[in-house]
Design a protein around this ligand. Structure first.
Ligand SMILES: Cc1cc2nc3c(=O)[nH]c(=O)nc-3n(C[C@H](O)[C@H](O)[C@H](O)COP(=O)(O)O)c2cc1C
Length: 205
C-alpha cells in the first residue's frame, strides 16, 4: 500500500512513523526543576548523533499550551542526564511519562533515589545501569511546530561494573528495554553476531 504523508492528520502520521521506526531505544532523562527537584521523563526519539565527541539526541514534542518540563529545564540549566533503563525499571520508566504539573518530581513520586552527578548540576538515578551526564549543545525545531531536538555532549559515563569488558558493554547483561508502536515495549530477543567482511571478525562497534 502507498501512503502519501501529506494526506493525513498529525496523530495518524505519528501512529504510522512510530510503528515504522522500531524498536526504539529510550532516553530516560533527568533534568533539574526550578525548585531544585528532579524531573524525569522518557523519550524514544533517541540516538547518538556523534561518537567522538560523544553526543546524544532526542526529540521533545511541545504540549498544546506550554513546553514540556524537560525542554524548559534543559534550557534553563544547560545540562541533564540520560539514563538507560533495564527490564526491572520498565514500570517506573513508563510511569515517569505521566503528565505531572511543572515542579513535581517524578523521581520523588516514584520513590526513585537520586545521587549527585560528577560534573553536571542535574542529579542522576542511583539504580540506573547506565547514566550519561550531558551538557546541552543545541535545541533544533525540525518540525516548525515547537518541538525541540535536544543535542548534548556526554561529559561523563557511569556504567555498572559488571556490564563492562574493557570499553565493551554486554547487552545481554544490560537487558535494555525498547519502545514499539503505541504503549508497547520490547525486551532483547536472540542476539546474532555477523562479520563485516569475508575474512575478519566483527569490528569492535
Ligand atoms: C517510552 C516513552 C517514550 C516517549 N518518547 C517521547 C518522545 O520521544 N518525545 C516526546 O515528546 N515525548 C515522549 N514521550 C512522552 C513524554 O515522556 C511525556 O510527555 C512526559 O510527560 C514529558 O515529561 P516532562 O513534561 O516532565 O518533560 C514518551 C513516553 C514514553 C512512555
Amino acid at each position: 500500500m502507498e501512503i502519501r504523508s501529506d494526506g493525513f492528520k498529525k496523530e495518524e502520521i505519528y501512529k504510522l512513523i512510530t510503528g515504522c521506526v522500531v524498536p526504539r531505544p529510550i532516553a530516560w532523562v533527568s533534568s533539574l526543576n526550578e525548585n531544585g527537584s528532579v524531573n524525569l521523563a522518557p523519550f524514544s526519539t533517541f540516538t547518538f548523533v556523534s561518537s567522538f565527541p560523544p553526543m546524544l539526541g532526542f526529540n521533545v514534542g511541545r504540549r498544546l499550551d506550554r513546553p514540556k518540563d524537560t525542554t524548559r529545564n534543559i534550557l534553563d540549566i544547560g545540562d541533564y542526564v540520560v539514563h538507560i533503563a533495564d527490564e526491572s525499571m520498565l514500570d517506573d520508566m513508563h510511569k515517569s511519562s505521566f503528565a505531572y504539573p511543572p515542579g513535581v518530581s517524578e523521581a520523588e513520586v516514584l520513590g526513585l533515589q537520586t545521587v549527585a552527578s560528577t560534573i553536571v548540576r542535574t542529579p542522576r538515578l542511583a539504580a540506573a545501569p547506565i547514566s550519561m551526564e550531558c551538557r546541552l549543545t543545541s535545541i533544533t525545531d525540525f518540525s516548525g511546530n515547537g518541538d525541540g531536538f535536544v543535542v548534548g555532549e556526554v561529559l561523563m559515563f557511569h556504567v555498572r561494573d559488571d556490564l563492562l569488558d574493557g570499553m565493551k558493554i554486554d547487552s545481554n547483561k544490560l537487558r535494555p528495554v525498547s519502545r514499539l508502536a503505541g504503549e508497547n515495549y520490547a525486551y532483547l530477543g536472540e542476539i546474532v553476531s555477523m562479520s563485516t567482511s569475508s575474512n575478519g571478525p566483527p569490528p569492535n562497534r
